[in-house]
Every structure is written in structure tokens, then in C-alpha cells.
Design a protein around this ligand. Structure first.
Ligand code: PEP
Ligand code: MG
Length: 885
């Protein structure tokens, strides 16, 4: 027999299959484990997940062999407890619970007191000597069973109970007598007959099969399917069923039930944490009908609460429970979340599992447990979810503060921010200069908004996805951002906006939560990040155990400094076009772009050169001794063309051209598909002087810093959007020439590399040839995803969520690398590049460089480093360590 497993009593020794979560589910495996080490677990049996799959495959038919197996297992439970299932004199009652390998809300949870009927309820009353308890249990059973197995609205039962209470002037359930419950049971049965067209099933065996059927069916419920989709859980795992002898926490004042954590799940503090209720059954604790009490005396005193803690009210049961907490923690070497029941003074454990925890608690638990010798460093590293670190690096909203949620957009850049609504970048700057906190609200952002984004404490856009301009820039700057909040509509004239059906105006305060995309009215209290000891200790361990290096995507001195504080080991991508977003410079860039000839472009470039040089000097100073990948200009042209009248006039004043001339030129440059247009190295091929001047600025800055500090930076000059070897060759000549002439002029030389981004499918395919020229590759997986999938990174948000909901993509491919598709191009390019140039340096600088699943792929592919925005650097360090363990 290998699909029904017994536990408790003299059940045969548990085998490996029974302790395998994929076979018996999380709950079943842990019950077997606890029983096998002699802990007080009520006897029962687990039906394996594969029976669920067989049942569903056969259109809701149980496998014929299952009946016999379950009969035998039930006999084991009857023998152990000394009661008979359906025995009218002294009945065995059971609980039936689902339990998949991964715990999953959305599935049928629990039916308690199964086995009760009109006859056995009398037996239970006799045997327990408590008539009220027996009838209370029966009415609970009818309600639960009708709800989860028969699908009858539980509100109908609650209504009947409320009416009984009202008619009798009762306040609490505890005031109902045995006779009151008896009357109510009759009403409940009537509800079932009316709603179900059949009387409430009286045969315990029929009840049991009904419950098993409900558990199996719930695996395929819509709710469960949606949950699996959202959490990337395979649909072919099935759920196990746990049938277990009932123990009763509602047998008077020496009985109780509760839920506990072995440590505080929100702080990680080493203190038992939990709730309990005297004379109650499991669902009373969770349902919120009665207020649960504190478990420990210390917690009760701390809260200034009156009702006695379990430690005080039931010292013996509590002492045993505390002993079991320690034992279970040592056994599982992790914080446990435990359900228990005390029946007339005797303690029983109903469930244990690794407890869910906050990021802060996860860090503290991992570090403390290494200190206690419970786990080793590697285990500690694997215990912390890298993405959870995000919660620690940004201010977060106080979880206890009330929230008036207006709408929910995409969680584009983490952190929480409150401030006054401003509708344009200039106002943002103006108000922020006078000391106000502002949230910049735009339909979408563009490079002209940069100063406003800088000035704002947070950014909210109505359009744009997770890699939209607003999202990328906000993440880079560490500004919280909610993007694609499509319910936001802005009326510029009146300086007002509507969010859903709420009217707001410029100056009103809102709060955004970049961690979940919520937009809230008013100010919601925040908590400052606290990078205390545990964070530092865990990151140190991560650094010790990782192979890949971690660099940052950054282009300002501030971001570089912050990234270094977060542990960046160089720059993986400095987007030079971002350095021109600044209001004073954008006009020069526009002059350069709109110029008709080389002479016009050179005039603008001459003015840009010193500014570029001084930017690079600052960056090299912060990154002294570390590699810095500087990417030459890659501007989708539309981002830099002037738009409104004011911008054209400003430009006309600066250049001496007329507004009409400029408009005509802008019209000529207009592109229908700018992402595939005149950008990247195509600009350097057609206007080599642009790259020449940029290269000059890089080498002049490098020489200046080398002379001043004695330590030379190592610039890695990176060419974007290369598709062919010849493009790279032509541009490398320009860069090398600039280097030579700077070195001669400066009387100094620095080491440098010239390499390319691999961000077009052709470049990946031709990597062998391209590596003949390129000294390093950096995978630009944003564009590589866009071009491989043929999905626009700026427009995808509109339909990608549907794609994820329908399971077409497990996750947004712009957030987590499409390993199956785009990943192949990365591996292939790495392989071909190395074949040509064995020591070629390989990195990734697309947004995926900060995503743990993508980082695991990079480790497998053998990349040398990943590069991520500053706030993602710690995440990448931890994920890289996990990937190499
Ligand atoms: C990329 O395409 O992945 C990349 C890093 O470049 P950008 O996002 O600037 O296009
Ligand atoms: Mg790119």
C-alpha cells in the first residue's frame, strides 16, 4: 500500500515516501515526521497527492483500490483511539484537511467533527458527559460541511444563529444551552434540505467520501488555479488529504486551542509568539468571533491585557508546549508555525510548518540561528529571499497605519512616499526648492521631466510598464514609483486629476507604495530603513560565497556613491544619454541632433565636452580602482526632440535658427518606430564626431584622475545596439584614435577596453565574429527581450498582464529573463564569444541583472558579473551567492 499512509499510535515506521512533501503534502509530511519522533499527534492517515491527480484525470472517479486502503487506514485510527467511526455509543470523529506540497490559499481547508449524525451526537454527549458540547459540535459540523462540501452559503447558517441569539437576548455563543443548539441543529438541517434538495448526509462513510471529494475538487477550483498562476506553482502536483482523529479544545475550561510561532515572525526576536483561547475550537481563533488571548505572561503584561495568558492559566500544558517549540525548532532548524489543542489538560499538536516572516525577521533569524549553531552560513544565505531585502532598503509604509486606497498601478520602483501632487516637472522643482515634499504625477515621463523626478519624493504615471522611462529612471534614482495607473486621468488646464471616481487637485497630498503599486489619499506614516548589524553580517557571508561580481547601473556621482555603499564593485552601465537630461544640457543635445551638418554638431559638442568630462571625473573618483563601463550615446531620438512651442522657442533663441526651420528639421527626424530607429551605434556610424567627442571626454577624465590620485580608473568603452562586426570595427577605430591623441596630449595613458552590448538577436548569433573586435560583451537584455520577442518594452504593459494571467509567460519577460527563449541567445553568444576570445569579459546590464531568477541563469551561463541599479545591488549580491551554492 503506497498511496494511503497512517501515522500516530502503532502506525508502521514512516518511510521516505511518507515524509516527501510532493507525495503527502506539507501538512501530511510534517504530521508523519512529528509522529515518528514521538510527539503527541492525534492518529490519522494521509491520502497521497497522486490519488488526487488520478481522481481528476478520471473525471471525478475514485481509483477502485482506494476504498480498501482507506478502510484499513480508518481501522488503524479506530484501534488507536479506541472508538468506532459511526459507533452510536462512543463515536470516533475526524477532521479532514487538504494539504498540497506548497501551502495554497484557495483550496478547501478544513472540515471538523466529521462522523456526527443524529445518533452519534447522542453517543458523544453520553461519552463526554457534556450534552451542550456535543450539540455545539454537531451544528459546527453541519455548517462547515454544508459550506465546503455541499456548497451551501454559510451566511444562511450564521443568519439562523443570529436570529436565535436575538430572540433569546443572547450576546455570546457561549450563552446558548444544549437545548438551544438542538433547536438550531434542526433549523440547520432544514436549510440543507431546502438548499440541497436532499437531507444532510447521516452516513459517516458517505460524509468522509464527500469531504475527500471536496478536497480533490478544490485543487481544480478557479481560485486555486489563479493562485498557482500568480505564484508560479505547477498545476500537476495535486493535493493530499489528511484525515485525523479529532481532539477537542472546546471540552470546558481545561481545554483550549491556539496558534503559535517559535519566534516573533515580524521582528525575529527569540520569544514565543502566539494566541490561544480557552474552551474553543480551531476556527474560533482565526474567525475573530472571540478575541484570542496572549500565550506568554510577558506578552500579556507588555500589552497591559487582563485575561490570563496560557503560561499563567495552564502552566503545565504551557511548559510542555514550550518544550515542544524548542524541540521542533531544533528538529526543523527553522522557526515553526504551530497549531495545538489542549483537550482536558492533554496537549496535542495538529500542525507544524516553517513560519512566514518579514524581511527583517528573516535576516535576524538567519543570523541568530548561525550564532546558535542551528544552521551554517550557507543555509543562512539560502534562507533569505533576496527580493525581500527591498523592504529594508527603502522607507516603508507603517503596516498598522490606515490606508485610503484610490487605485493600484504597477509597483515600478520600491519604497513609499507621501507628498503634494504636482503635475509638471518645473512645479515639482519649484515646490521642492521651497521645502515641500511632492509627488510628480504625469501621464508618462520623458527626459525633460528628469529634474522634476529628482525633486520629487515619488513618481506616479498613468501609462508605462515596468521598464518604461519613469520606471527605469526612478529605480536608478531610488525614487519610489507607481507606473501604469490607468485610472489616473489628468486635466492640465484646471490643474486637477481624477483617480477612479475621486477628484483631486494639484497640492493635495497622496501617498504611493512602490512595493505593491497602491496609491492612497493623504499621508500614510512610514518607517525609515534600518541597515543594522544583521544585514551587514548576512551580506558579508553572501560576498564570501558568490562567484559573480556585482556592478551597478549608474550615471551620477550620488548614485555611484550610494551603489558603493550598497557594495557595488564597479559600474556595469553608465548611460551617457541620461547625463544629458539635465535642463541646461538638453538644449545642447537638441542643437546637436537638429544640426544639419557636422559643423553644427561639432559646435554643440564642443560645449558638451567639458561637462561630460567633469561628470566622468566625478564618477571615476568615486569608483577609483574599479572597472567602469561607459556606454556611448544611445538616445531613441524622440526622447530628445523638442515637443511644445516653448521648447522650440527656447531652442530658436539658443541656435539662431527660426522656429519654422527647427520644426521642419524635427519633422525630418521624426521616427515611426524610434526604438528600432536611428539610435545606438547607428548614430555613431552616421555622425562619428559624437562618439569621438565622448571618447575624448572619457580619456581626458581618466588621465586627469590618474594624475591626481595616482590610481587609474579602467574605462570600458561600450558601444550600443551593434548588429555587425563592421559597425564595431569602425567605431573602435574612432575610440582608439581619440585615446591615442588624448594620451599624447596629456602625456599619460590608461588601460582601457572597447566592447559591445549584445542586445540584438543578430549580434548574439554573430558573437563569434564580433568578439574578434570586441574585448567584452554586456548583455542588454532589455532590448534583447524587445527584439527577440518582438514586444515593445514601452507598450507591453497594456497586454502583458493578461499574458501572465493566462500562463503564456510565467512572469513579465522584461522583469524576469525569458530563460527558455532569450536565454538561449545569451548562452549561445557567451559560448561563441568565448570560442573566439577565451578571456572575453561577460556581463549583463539589462534590468534582469537585478532579478534573482535571472541572476541564477547568469551564474549557470558563467557570466563574470551582473549589473543592477544601486538599490538592487544588495539583492544581486545575495542572489549571486544563492546561485553559486
Ligand atoms: C538594454 O537594452 O538592456 C540596456 C541595458 O540598454 P537600455 O535599457 O539603455 O536600452
Ligand atoms: Mg539597450
Amino acid at each position: 500500500n503506497d498511496t494511503v499512509f497512517t501515522f500516530g499510535g502503532d502506525a508502521p515506521h514512516t518511510n521516505a515516501r511518507q515524509k516527501d512533501k510532493t507525495v503527502t503534502g506539507g501538512k501530511g509530511a510534517n504530521l508523519a515526521e512529528m509522529a515518528s519522533i514521538g510527539l503527541p499527534v492525534p492518529p490519522g492517515f494521509t491520502i497521497a497527492t497522486e490519488e488526487c491527480l488520478k481522481y481528476l484525470e478520471h473525471g471525478g472517479e475514485f481509483a477502485p483500490a482506494l476504498r480498501k486502503e482507506i478502510e484499513q487506514a480508518l481501522t488503524h485510527v479506530e484501534r488507536t483511539v479506541g472508538k468506532g467511526f459511526g459507533d452510536a455509543a462512543d463515536p470516533l470523529l475526524v477532521s479532514v484537511r487538504s494539504g498540497a506540497a506548497i501551502s495554497m490559499p484557495g483550496m478547501m481547508d478544513t472540515v471538523l467533527n466529521l462522523g456526527l449524525n443524529d445518533a452519534t451526537v447522542e453517543g458523544l454527549a453520553q461519552a463526554s458527559g457534556d450534552e451542550r458540547f456535543a450539540w455545539d459540535s454537531y451544528r459546527r459540523f453541519i455548517q462547515m460541511y454544508s459550506d465546503v462540501v455541499l456548497g451551501i452559503d454559510h451566511g444562511l447558517f450564521e443568519e439562523a444563529l443570529e436570529i436565535t441569539k436575538e430572540d433569546n437576548g443572547f450576546y455570546a455563543d457561549t450563552e446558548l444551552s444544549a437545548d438551544d443548539w438542538k433547536t438550531l441543529v434542526a433549523e440547520y438541517k432544514q436549510i440543507v434540505s431546502d438548499e440541497h434538495d436532499a437531507p444532510f448526509p447521516q452516513d459517516p462513510t458517505e460524509q468522509l467520501w464527500g469531504a475527500i471529494r471536496a478536497v480533490f475538487d478544490s485543487w481544480d477550483s478557479e481560485r486555486a488555479k489563479v493562485y498557482r498562476r500568480l505564484n508560479n506553482i505547477p498545476h500537476d502536483m495535486g493535493t493530499a488529504v489528511n484525515v485525523q482523529a479529532m481532539v477537542f479544545g472546546n471540552m470546558g475550561d481545561t481545554s483550549a486551542t491556539g496558534v503559535a510561532f517559535t519566534r516573533d515572525p515580524s521582528t525575529g526576536e527569540k520569544a514565543y509568539y502566539g494566541e490561544w483561547l480557552v474552551n474553543a475550537q480551531g476556527e474560533d481563533v482565526v474567525a475573530g468571533i472571540r478575541t484570542p488571548q496572549y500565550l506568554t505572561r510577558a506578552a500579556r503584561e507588555n500589552a497591559g491585557a487582563k485575561p490570563l495568558s496560557m503560561e499563567e492559566a495552564m502552566p503545565e500544558a504551557y511548559a510542555e508546549l514550550a518544550h515542544l517549540f524548542d524541540l521542533l525548532e531544533r528538529h526543523y532548524t527553522d522557526m515553526q508555525d504551530i497549531e495545538f489543542t489542549v483537550q482536558q489538560g492533554k496537549l496535542w499538536l495538529l500542525q507544524t510548518r516553517n513560519g512566514k516572516r518579514t524581511a527583517k525577521a528573516a535576516l535576524k533569524l538567519a543570523v541568530d540561528m548561525v550564532g546558535e549553531g542551528l544552521i551554517d552560513e550557507k543555509t543562512a544565505i539560502l534562507r533569505v529571499d533576496p527580493m525581500a531585502l527591498d523592504q529594508l532598503l527603502h522607507p516603508t509604509l507603517d503596516p498598522d497605519a490606515p490606508r485610503d486606497v484610490l487605485t493600484t498601478g504597477l509597483p515600478a520602483s520600491p519604497g513609499a512616499a507621501s507628498g503634494k501632487i504636482v503635475l509638471d516637472a518645473d512645479t515639482a522643482e519649484l515646490w521642492s526648492n521651497r521645502g515641500e515634499k511632492v509627488i510628480l504625477v504625469r501621464v508618462e515621463t520623458s527626459p525633460e521631466d528628469i529634474h522634476g523626478m529628482h525633486a520629487a519624493t515619488g513618481i506616479l504615471t498613468a501609462r508605462g510598464g515596468m521598464t518604461s522611462h519613469a520606471a527605469v529612471v526612478a529605480r536608478g534614482m531610488g525614487r519610489p514609483c507607481v507606473s501604469g495607473a490607468s485610472q489616473v486621468s489628468i486635466a492640465r488646464e484646471g490643474r486637477t486629476l481624477t483617480i477612479g471616481d475621486r477628484e483631486l487637485k494639484e497640492g493635495d497630498t497622496i501617498t504611493i507604495d512602490g512595493a505593491n503599486g497602491q496609491v492612497m489619499a493623504g499621508e500614510v506614516a512610514t518607517i525609515e530603513p534600518e541597515l543594522d548589524g544583521d544585514f551587514g553580517v548576512l551580506m558579508e557571508w553572501a560576498d564570501k560565497h558568490r562567484r559573480m561580481r556585482v556592478r551597478t547601473n549608474a550615471e551620477t556621482e550620488n548614485d555611484c556613491r550610494m551603489a558603493r555603499q550598497f557594495g557595488a564593485e564597479g559600474i556595469g552601465l553608465c548611460r551617457t544619454e541620461h547625463m544629458f537630461f539635465d535642463a541646461s544640457r538638453i538644449s545642447l543635445v537638441r542643437q546637436m541632433i537638429l544640426a544639419d551638418d557636422e559643423q553644427g554638431r561639432r559646435a554643440a559638442l564642443d560645449q558638451l565636452l567639458p561637462e561630460q568630462r567633469s561628470d566622468f571625473v566625478k564618477i571615476f573618483e568615486v569608483m577609483v580602482g574599479l572597472p567602469c563601463t561607459i556606454r556611448l550615446l544611445d538616445p531613441p531620438l524622440h526622447e530628445f526632440l523638442p515637443h511644445g512651442d516653448a521648447e522650440f522657442e527656447e531652442l530658436a533663441n539658443a541656435t539662431g535658427f527660426s522656429v519654422d526651420q527647427l520644426r521642419r528639421r524635427a519633422g525630418e527626424l521624426h521616427e515611426f518606430n524610434p526604438m528600432l530607429g536611428h539610435r545606438g551605434c547607428r548614430l555613431g556610424i552616421t555622425y562619428p564626431e559624437i562618439y569621438e567627442v565622448q571618447a575624448r571626454a572619457i580619456f581626458e577624465a581618466a588621465c586627469q584622475v590618474a594624475k591626481a590620485s595616482g590610481e587609474a580608473p579602467v574605462p570600458e568603452v561600450m558601444i550600443p545596439l551593434v548588429a555587425t562586426r563592421r559597425e564595431l570595427e569602425l567605431i573602435k577605430e574612432v575610440v582608439d584614435r581619440a585615446a591615442q591623441s588624448v594620451f599624447e596630449e596629456a602625456g599619460c595613458s590608461v588601460e582601457y577596453l572597447v566592447g559591445t552590448m549584445i542586445e540584438l538577436p543578430r549580434a548574439a548569433l554573430m558573437a563569434g565574429e564580433i568578439a574578434e573586435v570586441g574585448e567584452f560583451f554586456s548583455f542588454g537584455t532589455n532590448d534583447l527581450t524587445q527584439t527577440t520577442l518582438g514586444v515593445s518594452r514601452d507598450d507591453a504593459a497594456r497586454f502583458l498582464t493578461t499574458y501572465v494571467d493566462k500562463g503564456i509567460f510565467a512572469r513579465d519577460p522584461f522583469v524576469s529573463l525569458d530563460v527558455d527563449g532569450v536565454g538561449q541567445l545569451v548562452s549561445l553568444a557567451a559560448e561563441r564569444g568565448r570560442a573566439t576570445r577565451p578571456d572575453i569579459k561577460l556581463g549583463i546590464c539589462g534590468e534582469h541583472g537585478g532579478d534573482p531568477a535571472s541572476i541564477a541563469f547568469c551564474e549557470k551561463t558563467g557570466l563574470d558579473y551582473v549589473s543592477a541599479s544601486p538599490y538592487r545591488v544588495p539583492i544581486a549580491r545575495l542572489a549571486a551567492a544563492q546561485a553559486s551554492l
